[in-house]
Design a protein around this ligand. Structure first.
Ligand code: B12
Length: 383
């Protein structure tokens, strides 16, 4: 079996079901120099090195919960990141033993990225994140939709995540680059998506401006086209939707030229909801997460590969109590040494579990061990 296939089948056992090979150059060539998000080539294969883009669909959820029931994941600040790290490293050990590799994680900042070839070092600021969505687009995995800022996968729609890329510096990838996928969204749907994004951004921070969306024009266009926003799914007789052929829309050019939505707002009372560039920060997104779920729903409401409600709530809030409740609902006791947050105590199963955990903690807390008093020190006795 080929390396990529071996890796894909090892990762699939952990619910990591999106694995796409590409040459490092496909990604680097797509990055506008001013983004400074190129990955430096470091080995014998140079820019032709094999890169494996790794992600997941909803398939991740149950294997992840299984691991939460048996491993110490709930004791970590971010159980999902720890799970992914273990799963990816374990899969590499079994599928690519001894092969030199580097891993870039989508959520982690790095100071390793560089401007494109031919650009003077220091001429452009370096990104702290690999531009994973562009990578997915140029690997032919998904279409990067500018109206939602989400990658749309032919099977999973927007309901998949990009987790890491593994670079095998000494292994060349000589296959031809696939064509970019066509835009699956009709113009009227794009308008609808922009409105959802506009609302989410507005809820998140009034100081963050998007180019104005003409709501009336959008509604008129949708009415004229007589369509619901959708992403190429049919409802067959049985009720479960399935893919249909899509209308190829305007193809997109190689890169987006570093285009970014919005501009920094002035400082003000809601400043903390924005990052240093004036864009909403992840904490602000988590605080307004329902509006951001609406953005993800907007390209294709009711998509068959939508995450379960449980998975959605966890991904958007990162609340570990959601995991404990999910486990209790499945009849498993969460494997956790530290008490979990008290959010969601309205759920009776969670309430019972939480008070038992707190009691256990209290009992454990009173059994303290003190070092023996040094010689010559009189013990204090009660009068
Ligand atoms: C930073 C970040 C954000 C920031 C973006 C604003 C900012 N401060 O730049 C905020 C906090 C707003 C955000 C929100 C969310 N994000 Co986010 N985010 C990232 C992250 C970690 C880095 C992006 C980046 O800097 N790329 C590097 C630059 C150089 O690349 P770029 O192509 O030029 O930039 C892209 C982004 O910066 C984005 N962007 C730029 N400005 C803005 C402004 C807004 C309002 C938004 C939404 C996006 C956005 O658009 C660019 C191209 O699409 C990526 C993971 C990654 N490494 O790619 C995930 C990632 C893009 N996010 C993702 C998701 C799912 C979300 C959320 C739904 C929340 C969540 N985690 O579940 C929300 C809502 C997104 C939506 N479109 O509906 C997914 C997208 C999956 C997909 N199918 O495309 C990614 C790939 C993470 C993952 N694990 O899969 N995110």
């Amino acid at each position: 079996m080929e390396l990529v296939e071996r890796l894909a089948s090892a990762l699939a056992r952990s619910g990591i079901d999106v694995v796409t090979p590409l040459a490092l150059s496909w990604y680097n060539d797509s990055i506008p120099a001013e983004l400074g998000a190129c990955i430096p080539a470091r080995g014998a294969a140079g820019e032709g090195a094999l890169a494996v883009l790794v992600g997941n669909s909803r398939a991740l959820w149950e294997p992840f919960l299984d691991a939460c029931a048996t491993e110490d994941l709930l004791d970590s600040d971010n159980p999902l990141d720890l799970y992914l790290q273990r799963a990816v490293c374990g899969s590499l050990e079994s599928a690519a033993p001894g092969l030199q590799h580097r891993i870039y994680w989508s959520h982690r900042r790095t100071d390793d990225l560089v401007p494109g070839p031919g650009v003077q070092p220091g001429a452009a600021g370096a990104s702290e994140h690999v531009a994973f969505q562009r990578m997915a687009h140029h690997a032919g995995l998904a279409y990067l939709d500018e109206s939602s800022h989400l990658c749309l996968h032919p099977r999973f729609g927007p309901w998949f995540s990009l987790r890491c890329v593994i670079i095998f510096d000494n292994i060349p990838w000589g296959k031809p680059q696939p064509r970019e996928l066509p835009n699956p969204l009709p113009a009227a749907t794009q308008m609808y998506v922009k409105m959802a994004l506009h609302t989410a951004v507005h809820n998140t921070s009034k100081k963050f401006h998007l180019p104005e969306v003409d709501v009336e024009a959008a509604e008129a266009a949708m009415a004229e086209a007589n369509i619901e926003p959708g992403l190429g799914v049919d409802i067959p007789a049985g009720g479960a939707p399935r893919s249909r052929s899509r209308t190829p829309e305007s193809g997109r050019s190689g890169s987006q030229g570093g285009q970014q939505v919005g501009s920094a707002g002035s400082s003000g009372s809601r400043r903390s909801s924005m990052d240093k560039d004036g864009r909403p920060c992840i904490r602000a997104v988590a605080a307004n997460w329902r509006a951001w779920v609406a953005v993800r729903d907007s390209p294709c409401p009711g998509h068959p590969m939508r995450y379960s409600e449980e998975q959605i709530v966890y991904h958007y809030t990162r609340d570990r109590a959601v995991l404990a409740k999910a486990l209790l609902r499945r009849g498993c006791v969460p494997h956790c040494a530290t008490p979990l947050p008290a959010t969601g105590l309205l759920d009776p199963a969670y309430q019972a579990y939480h008070s038992a955990a707190m009691d256990a903690q209290k009992t454990a807390g009173v059994r303290r061990h003190y070092p023996p008093a040094p010689a010559g020190v009189e013990p204090i006795t009660a009068a």
